[in-house]
Design a protein around this ligand. Structure first.
Ligand SMILES: [Zn+2]
Length: 233
């Protein structure tokens, strides 16, 4: 049975957590245990339930908690927001049009794939990871875990690339691939400007996770192989 504590003047959940549970960092768990929407919403006289050590554990590991809220940023909208979220790539452009190696060192990593995907340009070889932005790796790993668990592995036939520094094909702005926030799948049957044959279940899964699908763009911009983690750019 949980004990209770009555909030006094000057209390914060952090103070209460430290005094009653021995650790100020348990304030988040305490808010969650009491169903408080945020840490600052307490008032004098309010009764706060104090979980026992045993009760603290399942709450801390609540399976219903959305992982997305803490594990990766929300998809940015527009060029400025992409730079704010994933880095100012223009500051890394070299005079010859190339990219400073520091960009890759600071921003780019590899997201492990739960199953290998044949390379579009050499199907005898497989991709076992996706080169992508460091902030996006946990999300990509999650999406591909779900592709596997939902039985959609067969819809991913070839891998066309993730991070690659290149200007946007039809313009001077850098492509979202340059930030490592875009991936191309099944490029052989999903050429730019075509309707392509991307499995709608795959599209739905990516879109549920905040990705924009290039197959929704119109005319010559239509890019059905392409998924990117931003909109308006
Ligand atoms: Zn692409």
């Amino acid at each position: 049975m949980a004990k209770t504590y009555t909030v006094a003047k000057g209390d914060t959940l952090g103070k209460i957590a430290r005094a009653q549970l021995g650790d100020a960092k348990l304030a988040v768990m305490l808010a969650d245990f009491n169903g408080l929407p945020d840490l600052n919403q307490i008032f004098v006289g309010q009764r706060i339930l104090l979980p026992t050590a045993k009760e603290q554990r399942p709450t801390a590991a609540a399976p219903a908690a959305p992982r997305a809220a803490v594990a990766w940023p929300a998809p940015p909208h527009g060029f400025q927001a992409v730079r704010d979220t994933f880095g100012d790539i223009l500051a890394y452009l070299a005079d010859d049009g190339g990219i400073d190696p520091k960009w890759e060192a600071e921003r780019i990593t590899r997201a492990a794939l739960p199953f290998p995907i044949p390379l579009a340009w050499n199907t005898a070889q497989n991709a076992t990871a996706i080169r992508c932005h460091k902030l996006l790796a946990p999300l990509l790993e999650e999406v591909f875990r779900q592709i596997e668990s939902q039985g959609l592995k067969g819809a991913v036939r070839t891998y066309g690339g993730g991070y690659v520094f290149r200007p946007k094909r039809n313009g001077v702005k850098p492509s979202t691939h340059s930030w490592g926030i875009a991936i191309d799948l099944n490029p052989n049957t999903n050429a730019m400007g075509s309707a392509g044959d991307m499995d709608p279940r795959l599209v739905a899964l990516f879109e549920e996770h905040g990705f924009t699908w290039g197959g929704r763009w119109s005319g010559g911009n239509k890019d059905p192989m392409h998924f990117q983690y931003c909109s308006g750019y």
